[in-house]
Design a protein around this ligand. Structure first.
Ligand SMILES: Nc1ncnc2c1ncn2[C@@H]1O[C@H](COP(=O)(O)OP(=O)(O)OP(=O)(O)O)[C@@H](O)[C@H]1O
Ligand SMILES: [Mg+2]
Length: 256
């Protein structure tokens, strides 16, 4: 099986999408650099999920192009983590089976599948039994399993739709920290949707602030903070300066 060895760059040009005659995107452009983590921040209904669903090939676009190093999405290995972990996992499959499932579809050998599951379990420091069913796991554990499933295919690009929004603060902090380590180690190009500004800054190389209808970019903010980022990052002067800039844009351009 031929597997391109590296993360993909994303190029979006002239993207168009309407629902019931109401445009959400009308001529939207975006480039995401290879290996970057892009956070997409914006108010409810501005089109964040619509954007990544089109990019991931889950929702048809009306026009324009979304290319990954010149390739269409169907020729790209994509990982996707849904907002609602309760509906994301197959409830009738054990956690480990959920993670193995896309690898079986890819036709990987059993030894390779087990090696990948074990490696991910070590990277994410999994301490619960992966032979349990999703209903036997906490919300944080289920979301961790969905993230592991998305990464198991060794995606060239990973989409996460508000992956921590249903989790408590402690679980969110711990998952965020594990995720950033793994993403930086695997070097996967990532688009993370969030409506938590602090989270968007902490996890991103670059933050895109969107405003509504038709969706446009209110600000495009580089986040050159050192990795790894931890609790101390949240009170570092550089972090506070970026957050202040974003809050300012938010008040001027997004909430207005
Ligand atoms: N299947 C659909 N049918 C009709 N309208 C839709 C559909 N999906 C999205 N929309 C509309 O498109 C707009 C963008 O929706 P989208 O779900 O992308 O927003 P979002 O930024 O992800 O919001 P949230 O923060 O609430 O998740 C909204 O006005 C929404 O009502
Ligand atoms: Mg959404």
């Amino acid at each position: 099986m031929k597997l391109p060895p590296r993360e993909a760059a994303i190029s979006i040009r002239g993207l168009r999408k309407s629902f019931g005659g109401q445009p959400v995107y009308s001529g939207f452009d975006l480039d995401v650099r290879r290996g970057d983590i892009l956070a997409v921040f914006g108010p409810n209904g501005c089109g964040k999920s619509t954007l990544i669903n089109m990019a991931a090939g889950l929702l048809p676009k009306d026009g324009g192009e979304i290319l990954y190093d010149e390739r269409e999405v169907q020729d790209v290995r994509v990982g996707y983590v849904f907002q609602n972990y309760r509906e994301a996992l197959f409830p009738w499959r054990r956690a480990a089976e959920n993670i193995r499932y896309p690898l079986r579809l890819m036709g990987l050998k059993r030894a390779e599948i087990e090696a990948r599951v074990e490696k991910l379990a070590a990277q994410f420091r999994v301490r619960f039994d992966l032979n349990r069913y999703p209903y036997e796991l906490s919300g944080g554990q289920q979301q961790l399993v969905s993230i592991m499933r998305a990464l198991a295919v060794q995606p060239e690009v990973l989409f996460l739709d508000e992956p921590f929004s249903a989790l408590d603060y402690e679980t969110t902090l711990s998952l965020r920290s594990l995720l950033q380590d793994v993403l930086k180690e695997m070097r996967v190009t990532t688009v993370l949707v969030s409506h938590d500004l602090e989270e968007s800054i902490v996890l991103a190389d670059r933050l895109l602030m969107l405003r509504r209808r038709p969706t446009s970019v209110a600000d495009d903010v580089p986040v050159p903070l050192a990795w790894p980022r931890d609790a101390a990052t949240l009170s570092a002067p550089d972090f506070i300066a970026i957050k202040a800039r974003c809050l300012d844009v938010f008040q001027q351009a997004v909430a207005a």
